[in-house]
Ligand binder design. Structure first.
Ligand code: HEM
Length: 143
């Protein structure tokens, strides 16, 4: 692949992770308000629609394209590099956070959420911390 193509793929990778991160940082915020809403209320039903569309129309496709373009970039990396191993480890944790949010969304959709607002406020910090570590690893490559 020519140098130009490599940078096009890296650009598409970064665009994909921006969309994925937007969803991973926003969905727990919706859960914070949803945990305070009365089941069956107009607010709860509106939040169900917002959560479903955010996950299915933005987060799922963005995660897949982040993996696809990131995977293409891997072909040109030294897989023994410590920065890349730390980064990929954090990406796996980020995917677990994504899956956990998917399960949380199903609980809210079925009006069976039992977790308090405080849980989602704290959960919101997990993708934030992982994102910071991942970007520092990818850009600074400290080791
Ligand atoms: C999904 C699995 C992922 C894989 C396999 C992957 C892999 C890669 C690779 C191989 C590079 C090229 C490094 C270079 O050329 O210097 C890269 C660049 C980058 N990745 Fe990922 N990545 C993934 C997910 C993410 C995520 C989730 C984020 C952000 C939260 C991210 C942020 C970045 C950034 C900012 C760059 C550009 C680094 C630079 O140009 O200096 N990546 N990624």
């Amino acid at each position: 692949m020519s140098g130009g193509a490599y940078f096009w793929i890296k650009a598409l990778h970064i665009v994909s992770v921006i969309a994925w991160m937007a969803g991973l940082l926003y969905l727990p915020r919706l859960f914070v308000y949803h945990a305070e809403a009365e089941p069956g209320s107009e607010l709860s039903e509106t939040l169900k629609v917002m959560e479903r569309r955010l996950l299915r129309a933005i987060m799922n496709p963005a995660m897949i394209s982040s993996l696809l373009f990131g995977g293409m970039l891997l072909a040109y990396q030294d897989m023994t590099a410590a920065w890349l191993q730390v980064k990929l480890g954090c990406v796996v944790l980020m995917m677990f956070a994504h899956m956990a949010m998917g399960r949380g969304r199903k609980d809210f959709e079925a009006d069976r959420n039992t977790r308090p607002t405080r849980f989602y406020r704290i959960a919101n910090e997990v993708p934030t911390v992982l994102m910071i570590v991942i970007v520092v690893m990818a850009v600074v490559k400290p080791f």
